[in-house]
Design a protein around this ligand. Sequence first.
Ligand SMILES: [Zn+2]
Length: 373
Amino acid sequence: MNAVRPDPVPPDLVSPVSVTVTAVTHSADFIRPRLRADRRDRLALHAGVQINGAPHVGTNVMQTAAFLLAEAARDRFGVETVLRFGALDNTACDTRTCARTGTLYERSYHHALGPEAIGELTRRYYGGLFDSLSAATGVPYEVQTYTAQQSGSVFREEFLRSLVLRDELRWVLAPSSGRLPLSFPCPECGWSQKHGEGTELLEAGTRQARARAVCLDHGTYAVDVTPESQVYIGSTTLHRNLVKERAAARDDALPVIVKGADWAAGCRLLDEAFWCYAGATPPPRVFTPVILSESGAKLSKSLIQEGKADLPAGIAPWMLDVTLWEGPVEEYAHLLLRLVSLMLSDPRHFERGYTTRELARLIGSDGGSGAAA
Ligand SMILES: [Zn+2]
């Protein structure tokens, strides 16, 4: 499958010795211990897809790394490998503030736009790129929205179990406050309190939980969660990721979590949360290089949208908004494959971050098909 891209030739790429030197010769080997211990013959790599605006190059680097890690795992370990992307359609699309209490309410992309528009957004931002990366690596992929994930009975069972264990989990998932807020959107309008202040958990069992929540327009409403119920489940980022990972662990395929290295601190808490469950082991995780602005801050969609991203002059505009790439998507996919293959050529190049300026240097002076600004 490597025929489509030449072996990477490092153009003076210099990286410090990583702490895993001699222990890890390829970053896919982080998966090997659990694969051996679990004796499973299928792997599912899990990565995220954001739909709240056009992706920047950092997001695509992580996703390309997921395809290449899946390809390497398949070839090195001889196991069937699939890549599963979770599309975050639960991200806030609109916000409102209650004039009386100052409580912040939000409505998700799913509730504001509906599943059809979400599917269209996902295809527009990622469809062509993922098809090209899949064709080049031979790794099949699936995209599932958070809305679809949380509607499944396995996710709901794990959510209910997390509520039963909330006294142990809440100080792990929120070490500063011990608060694990829930926010169930109003069944009439889809708005919910951002921080769930008015949501009260009345009872929680492994098969059913009852709660009461408040809507800005429709007052108090009852929430009844069972494995089969249709109630939309809203929780904090870490809580949601724990439930997703617990649900993935029940699949036939061994789940492997692929995230940008900025997730390392949060994943430390997720690992600790797994230990709250009797006999549970956290999934193997592989962290991918983060793409940084000049100050060393990670490229951030919100900072870019607010015009606060500090970028050097002369950087190709598509690095901040990849929809500005002017060439064919296959060309962009091959540029990413060459770039991330270079990062994966030695763990010391993978266990580090890259500024956009260094990225431009590695890509070549023309910066690809998006002309420099
Ligand atoms: Zn409402």
